[in-house]
Design a binder for this molecule. Structure first.
Ligand code: ATP
Ligand code: MG
Ligand code: MG
Length: 556
């Protein structure tokens, strides 16, 4: 994949290759399997795989599975599927948990060097002793245990003798460091929990800040790309690599997270939306997950182009959600077949059209890509148009159908409205029109002009369908930018869930769409791009997710 623009990470890689520091580039994408991937992860994937590809390097997919309580095989499987779907092939598939034995040995090495100790303080006490930015930390009374005692206790921690939280292993660094991460960070904790990969083999687990640099070094990762919230961890990262005497010395490089307006992008929050039933799963089309975007109808190409356009920098301002829509429109423009679908049907009877006649009309499959050829659409005496395309008492400048007015039916004829049929409540149930055979589309008729062009489907042959129209799930663009759980006041992000984010509409589609498959994409005339939903569609009834409407105010 091409990164056309240069960026600071690429420049570091170029310099490292030129200076001979590295012979080739090795990166990794390191998700924790505690949820489904979201569009922010796509940025990390595209950055890691994309940069390595540019230098003919390699990228590992590594599951950072050091927290047994939150991790699950379901998440491992979905992450693999999503990375592949985005179009990337990993060099090696690794699990941090495969390195538990080596990590344990490196921790023992630290103890032997007097660089780690077993601490009996509680979690709260450790936090209290750590101090603050303005106040130095206090040393734990257990800090100066002998190497022998520490080795003995750490082995017994592994052996399962102690309860959760009763002891931890801490790196012995500097309790007065201005960087709080360097004030004797905890590097192992006790957790009697079954791990998705190692089962009950372990009851002590390494902390992220200790595990991650070791994982990178074990895999000979040259550039460990992460997001800016890890900037303060970099000294500890380097300390671990150094003091554990790792042969490889990976370099941590941070870039700004992707944030998008009206979008929450933290697995924890997304999980809450799933668990509390706001959506119908991680792959709900309103979710910013890769699987949700796929189900909505986004393409890997559109996601890639979007991510590349957002650029790589240290900053992390939110990009406009409309930018994502822009790229999917661009991607589908030339490939999605055009078709007509009626969302809220209103019957039109063409009174001068012969009762039993059906004629097939020709229409282009995609006027922007003539190579896609032609399709045939049946036309007969009864058709459906949209309820919104008729008004009995129209305002000025309404150019659609109203009594006495003539409009064009897309790919068919001009029709003129003569009569409005209502039920006993005064509801319009049917419109009676006449058509003019002279005006057939494609014959070059120029006798007179009409201002409105309506889409329609043949009532006898049309297939019933369901359309799902989406609005943003979260309605506060400030929320994610604040980066915090809480919105203004005492509200949480759940208070910003949009109650109208899904509208289900019933209607009809052209009969030539019979046989369409889940994930097939179309452009419905005047309504936008739609994808056939893989979860709710059946052979009897196709369900369409609107990917995006046609118009956009967004300009690159
Ligand atoms: P979340 O907070 O959404 O759970 P995370 O960072 O905890 O995300 P990980 O599974 O640890 O999730 O992420 C794997 C990689 O993806 C990490 O390197 C992380 O920095 C990166 N990543 C996650 N979110 C974003 C984002 N919004 N923009 C860019 N990179 C991201
Ligand atoms: Mg993480
Ligand atoms: Mg997280």
């Amino acid at each position: 994949m091409e990164h056309n623009s240069s960026n600071f990470i690429k420049n570091i890689m170029i310099a490292d290759l030129e200076s001979g520091k590295h012979k080739n580039i090795i990166t990794r994408f390191p998700p924790e399997p505690n949820g489904y991937l979201h569009i922010g992860h796509a940025k990390s994937i595209i950055t890691n795989f994309g940069l390595a590809d540019e230098f003919n390097g390699k990228t590992n997919l590594r599951f950072d599975d050091t927290n047994p309580l939150k991790e699950d095989q379901e998440f491992v499987d979905s992450i693999k599927e999503d990375v592949k779907w985005l179009g990337y092939e990993w060099e090696e598939l690794r699990f941090a948990s495969d390195y538990f034995e080596e990590m344990y040995e490196r921790a023992v090495l630290l103890i032997k060097k007097g660089k780690a100790y077993v601490d009996d303080l509680t979690q709260d006490e450790i936090r209290e002793y750590r101090g603050t930015l303005t106040e130095p930390g206090k040393e734990s009374p257990y800090r100066n245990r002998s190497v022998e005692e520490n080795l003995n206790l750490f082995e017994r921690m592994r052996g399962g003798e102690f309860e959760n939280g009763s002891k931890v292993l801490r790196a012995k660094i500097d309790m007065s460091s201005p960087n709080l991460n360097m004030r004797d960070p905890v590097i192992y904790r006790i957790s009697h929990a079954t791990h998705h990969n190692t089962g009950d083999k372990w009851c002590i687990y390494p902390m992220y800040a200790f595990a991650h640099p070791l994982e990178d070094a074990i895999e000979d990762v040259t550039h460990s790309i992460c997001t800016t919230e890890f900037e303060d961890q970099r000294p500890l990262y380097n300390w671990v690599v150094e003091e554990c005497e790792m042969e490889s010395k990976p370099q941590q490089i941070e870039f700004g997270r992707l944030n998008i307006t009206n979008t929450v992008m933290s697995k924890r929050k997304l999980k809450q939306l799933v668990d509390e039933g706001f959506v119908d799963g991680w792959d709900d089309p309103r979710m910013p997950t890769i699987s949700g975007l796929r189900r909505k109808g986004f393409t890997p190409g559109a996601i890639r182009e979007f991510v590349i356009a957002t650029g790589i920098s240290k900053g992390s301002g939110a990009v406009d959600e409309a930018m994502l829509d822009h790229f999917v429109r661009e991607d589908l423009k030339l490939t999605a077949p055009r078709t007509m679908g009626i969302l809220n049907p209103l019957k039109v009877v063409i009174t001068n059209y012969p009762e039993d006649q059906v004629e097939m009309l020709d229409a282009e499959i995609n006027p922007e890509n003539p190579e896609m050829g032609m399709r045939q659409i049946p036309f007969s005496r009864e058709i459906y148009i949209e309820q919104d395309d008729f008004m009995e008492d129209p305002p000025k400048k309404y150019f659609r159908l109203f009594p006495g007015n003539e409009v064009r039916l897309k790919n068919a004829y001009f029709i003129k409205c003569n009569e409005v049929i209502k039920d006993e409540n005064g509801q319009v149930i049917e419109i009676h029109c006449t058509y003019d055979p002279e005006t057939k589309s494609g014959t070059g008729f120029t006798g007179r002009k009409v201002k409105g062009t309506l889409h329609w489907v043949d009532a006898k042959n049309a297939i019933p369908a369901e359309f799902r129209l989406y609005e943003p799930l979260i309605l506060d663009s400030e929320l994610e930018a604040e980066g915090e759980d809480e919105g203004s006041g005492n509200k949480t992000f759940l208070d910003y869930v949009n109650p109208n984010s899904l509208e289900i509409v019933h209607g009809f589609i052209e009969p030539n769409m019979k046989g369409s498959k889940p994930q097939d994409k179309f452009q419905f005339f005047r309504h936008g791009y739609f994808n056939i939903d893989p979860k709710h569609s059946t052979d009897e009834k196709l369900v369409f997710n609107r990917i995006v409407s046609l118009k956009s105010s967004f300009k690159l």
